[in-house]
Design a protein around this ligand. Structure first.
Ligand code: NAP
Length: 525
């Protein structure tokens, strides 16, 4: 019998009624579970989280919330092997892909546990220095951050069921906001198991954690001015959500993490035999195939000096040919299928669209030999010899969310900046060079269009982290097409879940409330 996944709302597990959505094993197309939220009382769930959850979390100091997050990470670590199996059968993950997701989740929870522990036994945070307001030093102003008195609704994409859920949750819980989290239904098995384990282990205080498995129904209609919606997914869904009347009417704080045409840029100095070129090739090949290219941060556009176009193409093709596509339950497989039938349809259409302007160096949209069933696609590399620096060029207009990237030439720094920026705003761009003048001009030029820019060269050889890895201490998000949102970034990420308020009053009281050490106060007059 097929398992029906339930939701954890108002402090109990509830089953949905009516039509169910099937979850598949994308390698075999077998149904592995089903889910529904039909008839679920979302109004009551929001109200419960807002009352019980707010009470529980506002009652804890940052140090108390740190303990909660530490336990959440520990539970994931304790069940790592079981969770890996769920990633393999429901998300098309290889073991390595599943570990990336699960370990990323635990690491982010632990990062915010440590950050919250350092903030200590307090509930508000001072924001910058205070300022004397009157003629005497007694009247004083100080900005502070205080947790919002609402609920944070988290809607996540299908590609990181564990990490996606944990990275939003870690920041919100650290900041003091209860969470109602929803994974994408198609790959919800792993997130659902984590939710079960957290509930069994009583990780969260009453009302602080709720879990929706299936459609969000009318949940968003119940949000109000103290609540937050943090969404990760496609730009199209984001555009629909932004128009939700209740969100607009009540000015609900909305953060969007959407599509991105991430780029990798090779400097003219990184020629044959340099360590910098080697790093570039290793990272780009990894970013194309890891998680079957279904990472929001994966490299989609690759820019190299025109003279090196053919040699780089050959080097990348050689590396990508080593990728073994197949059922990730088999040991030798290094790249699994796409997560869903819809993904397969969209990726094939995207490849066909790119094929109209670019030549195929490897792969393509044809079915993968030996796989009559399953949502398989081969790593695909295009060469586009005449890229345009505007959105009329398909490489700058459409994200193909699979193991697909396009290699393009540039002739000078200004052209490179224009080509990269034509992607309309991205999560990450990675630049490979040791030439200071090149780095200054190009990084300076592309920076306003990105949430993160990585610089790799010989000085950091052996220490770099692949650009597709979102780091809890650095911002994740980006302008324009990428959604305009900001997540993570250490304590910065908590600002979404906290209200900044200016306190104006007697200096000793203001400083005590804000937790500012009075040592900086002038001697009493
Ligand atoms: P999606 O189709 O937009 O779905 C994302 C989430 O939104 C899912 O949980 C989905 O739930 C939910 N959803 C869909 N329609 C909704 C509606 N009308 N109201 C409320 N919720 C709704 O995106 P996806 O296919 O899962 O993810 C792929 C996309 O996400 C790619 O474009 C990728 O670039 C982007 N992404 C971005 C980031 C980032 O950090 N910037 C990270 C990962 C992925 P159901 O599954 O139940 O339909």
């Amino acid at each position: 019998m097929t398992t029906t996944l339930t939701s954890y709302l108002s402090g109990k597990w509830v089953a949905g009624q009516g039509n169910k959505t099937a979850l598949y094993n994308p390698a075999t197309e077998e149904v592995v579970a089903e889910a529904s939220t039909g008839g679920v009382d979302f109004a009551a769930a929001v109200s419960y989280a807002r009352t019980e959850g707010v009470k529980s979390l506002h009652g804890l100091t940052f140090a108390g919330r740190a303990e909660v997050l530490k336990r959440a990470a520990q539970v994931i670590n304790d069940h790592r092997e079981d969770l890996i199996k769920l990633g393999i059968i429901n998300a098309g993950n290889t073991r390595s892909d599943a570990k990336f997701d699960i370990d990323g989740a635990a690491a982010t929870l632990n990062f915010y546990a440590e950050l919250a522990a350092k903030l200590g036994e307090t509930r508000v945070l001072a924001d910058g220095d205070g300022t004397a307001l009157g003629r005497s030093a007694r009247l004083y102003g100080q900005h502070v951050w205080t947790p919002r008195a609402g609920v944070a609704v988290h809607i996540n994409a299908f590609n990181f069921p564990a990490w996606g859920m944990a990275e939003k949750l870690a920041v919100a819980i650290a900041a003091g906001m209860p969470v109602i989290t929803k994974p994408a239904t198609s790959t919800a098995l792993m997130a659902h198991r984590i939710a079960e384990l957290w509930v069994e282990a009583k990780v969260f205080p009453a009302g602080a954690f709720s879990f929706v498995c299936g459609n969000v129904g009318d949940l968003l209609n119940h949000l109000s001015g103290q609540d937050v919606l943090a969404f990760t997914g496609s730009g199209d869904t984001a555009a629909t959500l932004r128009k939700t009347e209740s969100l607009v009417r009540h000015n609900v704080h909305v953060n969007v993490e959407a599509d991105s045409l991430n780029s990798a840029l090779l400097g003219p100095d990184a020629t044959e035999g340099t360590e910098t070129l080697n790093m570039f090739l290793t990272d780009v090949a990894k970013e194309i195939s890891q998680k079957t290219g279904q990472k929001c941060t994966a490299v989609r556009r690759i820019y190299v000096p025109a003279a090196q176009l053919n040699s780089i193409r050959d080097a990348l093709v050689e590396r990508l040919k080593e990728v073994r596509v197949g059922n990730p339950a088999e040991d030798k497989v290094t790249m699994g299928p796409l997560a869903t039938a819809n993904q397969l349809r969209d990726i094939r259409a995207g490849i066909d669209r790119l094929a109209k302007v670019a030549e195929v160096a490897l792969g393509g949209s044809k079915p993968v030999e030996g796989h009559a069933k399953g949502y398989f696609v081969t790593p695909t590399l295009f060469v586009h010899r005449q890229p345009k620096a505007d959105a009329s060029d398909v490489v700058n207009a459409h994200e193909v969310f699979g193991p697909v990237a396009t290699l393009m030439p540039y002739s000078n720094n200004a052209e490179l900046v224009a080509l990269v920026s034509a992607g309309g705003g991205g999560l990450v761009s990675s630049v490979y060079s040791d030439d200071k003048a090149f780095l200054a001009e190009v990084v300076g030029g592309i920076a306003p269009f990105h949430g993160r820019v990585t610089i790799s060269g010989e000085k950091v050889a052996g220490q770099t982290i692949s650009p597709g890895m979102a780091l809890p201490g650095l911002l994740h998000g980006g302008p324009g097409r990428a959604g305009g949102g900001e997540e993570l970034g250490g304590a910065r990420g908590m600002s979404l879940y906290m209200q900044r308020v200016a306190l104006q009053g007697p200096r000793p009281w203001v400083e005590q409330f804000a937790g500012v050490k009075p040592a900086s106060a002038p001697a009493a007059t």
